[in-house]
Design a protein around this ligand. Sequence first.
Ligand SMILES: [Zn+2]
Length: 307
Amino acid sequence: MLIFRIFRKMSLFSLSFLLCFSLICEPCVQAWSKEGHTMTCKIAQDLLKPEAAHAVKMLLPDDVNGDLSALCVWPDQVRHWYKYRWTSSLHFIDTPDKACSFNYQRDCHDSHGVKDMCVVGAIQNFTNQLSHYRHGTSDRRHNMTEALLFLAHFMGDIHQPMHVGFTSDEGGNTIDLRWFRHKSNLHHVWDREIILTAAADYFGKDINRLQEQIQGNFTHGIWSDDVASWRDCADIFSCVKKYAAESINIACKWGYKDVESGETLSDEYFNSRYSIVMKRIAQGGVRLAMILNRVFGDHQMDSITAT
Ligand SMILES: [Zn+2]
């Protein structure tokens, strides 16, 4: 089972300090971009039922005024810090090259082979920690605010298809190429380039309008019939494994497909992948809300096994 680390309760001051400091010293980010995570968390927060919305507000530091999305990138900002270095393998899964499948026993481990140290294990672990919040049975070693921020972040990461990629190219990170005119790599194309190109081409670079479009698509648009199936989940752990399997399938069918190192990706790649990225952000948000509504609501968390 995932190794539990001893968290000391983090003061609001230290959280704020970490955020400010990390904004100054932007580390190399390897995750849905800030924009992707922010949209995922805003979509989720808009779908919270009153009990969950209240719990989230209680857990957030005062200075973000109840806005979960303001801290959704925090796990990326601290992952290289000594205290949080153990979390760096929790953002992704490396699967065997070309296998195009996810197998928990085979794939969920860190680079040293420590079991459960991947994004699926992390979501399971932090969901389990949060499930004790409502009953006041939290282990004092666990910091509930951090558990919330990690869960919200990792539900974004698991929906970024290239976060469940091949081992030898580190989920596309070592596949250098050009995105239109500038240098990039395949992982970053899916983290950020597609989102920024969509925002620039269709929404005057306004990410809020892009997010509204995504929300419109599932509230009354093209995905409105699909939302119930996205949210459908009898057992959280099984569902999270399914989300990882979806990602590696998309990575194979759309991410890696016909891409070679050194080439230039432009309109054709963008036009055929744009809606996939938007849908994954929507699914991440809808499913994060589903988990938070269960964890903090009346629904029994029987499906979450103790880790
Ligand atoms: Zn991440």
